[in-house]
Design a protein around this ligand. Structure first.
Ligand code: GDP
Ligand code: IMO
Ligand code: MG
Length: 489
């Protein structure tokens, strides 16, 4: 699967040498057996959030795009909000991969994504109005399931009462209901269906059923107005025309690209703790947001993804319901929120904040086959006298380091902390690992030790420039930007 090859990795150079040799052996064996297929040695890098989302994946993807030709979004929908800051400009992206800000890069929204057409059109217009070229760079899968007004209505009606208890606190973007219809099949519409002759009759059929369902779900406070099939059809037909130049079979495009030796970068949305199968169910999103979703969402077999970067914040945040074991619902949490500007990109809800949780992130790093770590927002921890890392949970008096599979156990988990000394310094101007305060390096090293992976990238501010690439061997690490001019500066 996502390749953690089991080899001991001494710095990134050694790591890439291993990948090269692994890749070459693939090439050899494919040629031997088929005589025709050619696969490049290292085609795929993947960026996965290891917490509850908002780990600054967008910033990292924007930087790594320099060394890739195609950036691929494989899951989620307009619940995602990715912020990229460069040259004093801030970009907020949701469905379009963060790679769009660079010239000469193809961006792909695959069939694993649930697509709200109005939302993606708004993004395209917003980017183009600021001088970013989207036409010719963006491809959207005809297999992507489409978010309709009934999905948004269902999301808003059901969110409050789910699981009979605490609300999931969804983003209200219709994500769960759209994925539910995808799996249910009978009431689903994919982007490619919008261009077929029976699109109108499909909408009429589904609206008839959805209006009866929505009426049954109404509460004493009322509910949404009945849906109007003709109006919805007219709006979505117009959206379809607008999106026509972008819609294609992205699976075929990506498989061709892999065989042509293109370098692919997969952009995770949400975080692995929100994975529908392996996260803190039911307080999760409705897709495989861990590394496990890459190949089902994109159609690219996992064996071609051979560099997996796990992204973490230097502390924990969560937006919405569900347990956050290390949450600091106190002055410490407020300080993290203030320093980290922890308010949701999509909904502006205040994010819940707490200490770094090594039990949760070790689990998600293993789950996603992570090779190396990027630790983001390290600057936010400046000025704390002492910093806690959760290294185990106590559940009913028992100490555990394995992440609980049932959310009720997680709700009772009391974090066991290791306390490290803090550092008074501001880190935002530091640009190399050696110039970080000793205690900041100690903190990073401890995270790497606890998660069993080296920290190779550190972020000390939102800007592209505020990034440190760690070279533990004295030789050049991979992601140093090349000279290609960013489209946005
Ligand atoms: P994503 O959803 O994982 O792409 O993350 P978001 O963009 O939703 O949230 C991350 C936030 O942190 C954004 O506002 C970024 O601009 C900001 N950010 C990224 N890296 C850093 C950093 O190193 N330090 C600080 N202070 N902010 C950062
Ligand atoms: P990015 O890509 C943080 C959370 C919601 C809610 C739960 C389910 O920016 O990291 P949904 O609308 O998906 O049904 O909501 O998942 N959530 C996110 N939290 N970052 C995200 O995306 C999120 N996408 C969904 O807050 O708790
Ligand atoms: Mg976000």
């Amino acid at each position: 699967m996502l390749a953690s090859r089991g080899a001991e990795i001494h710095g990134l150079t050694g790591f890439f040498a291993i990948l090269d040799s692994v890749g070459r052996s693939h090439v050899r064996s494919l040629r031997d057996f088929t005589g025709s297929v050619r696969i490049s040695p290292v085609p795929g890098t993947c960026v996965i959030g290891l917490q509850w989302g908002d780990e600054a994946k967008g910033k990292l993807v924007d930087i790594l795009t320099e060394n890739h030709e195609i950036v691929v979004r494989y899951a989620g929908g307009s619940n995602a909000g990715h912020t990229v800051v460069s040259g004093g400009q801030t970009w907020k992206l949701s469905l379009i991969p963060s790679g769009i800000l660079r010239d000469g890069v193809a961006c792909v929204v695959t069939g694993g994504v649930v697509l709200d057409p109005a939302s993606v059109i708004g993004e395209i217009d917003g980017l183009e109005s600021r001088g970013v070229t989207v036409a010719g760079k963006l491809r959207i899968s005809d297999r992507a399931h489409v978010v309709f007004p009934w999905h948004v209505a269902e999301d808003r009606l059901l969110n409050a009462s789910v699981a009979g208890g605490e609300a999931i606190g969804t983003t209200g973007r219709g994500i769960g209901p759209c994925y539910r219809d995808k799996v249910g099949r009978a009431l689903a519409i994919r982007l490619g269906d919008l261009y077929r002759a029976d699109f109108r009759s499909k909408v009429e059929h589904i609206v008839g059923i959805k209006n009866r369902m929505l009426a049954a779900w109404q509460t004493a406070d009322g509910g949404p107005e009945p849906l109007d099939a003709a109006d919805i059809h007219a709006r979505y037909a117009a959206h379809a025309e607008r999106l026509r130049p972008f819609v294609t079979d992205t699976t075929a495009f990506l498989l061709d690209a892999v065989e042509a030796g293109s370098k692919l970068l997969f952009e995770g949305a949400q975080g692995a703790m929100l994975d529908i199968d392996h996260g803190t169910f039911p307080y999760v999103t409705s897709s495989n947001s861990s590394g496990l979703g890459v190949s089902s969402g994109s159609g690219v077999p996992g064996r071609w993804v051979n560099r997996v970067i796990g992204v973490v914040k230097a502390y924990s945040t969560r937006v919405g319901g569900g347990p956050l074991p290390t949450e600091q619902d106190n002055a410490t949490g407020q300080r993290l929120r203030d320093r980290g500007n922890e308010y949701g990109t999509v909904t502006r809800r205040p994010r819940r904040c707490g200490w770094f949780d090594a039990v949760a992130t070790r689990y998600t790093a293993r789950l996603s086959g992570v090779d190396e770590l990027a630790v983001m927002l390290l600057d936010v921890l400046g000025g704390f006298d002492a910093i806690n890392i959760c290294t185990a949970y106590e559940i009913d008096g028992r100490r555990v380091t394995q992440f609980p599979s049932h959310v009720d156990d997680l709700k009772r988990a009391v974090p066991v902390y290791e306390t490290l000394p803090g550092w008074p310094d501001e880190l935002t101007t530091v640009r190399d690992y050696g110039s970080l305060p000793t205690n900041a390096r100690r903190y990073l090293d401890r995270i790497g030790e606890l998660l069993g992976r080296p920290v190779s990238i550190v972020s000390v501010g939102p800007d592209r420039d505020q990034t440190i690439f760690i070279d533990r061997t004295g030789s050049t690490p991979c992601p140093k930007p090349k000279s290609r001019t960013p489209a946005t500066t």
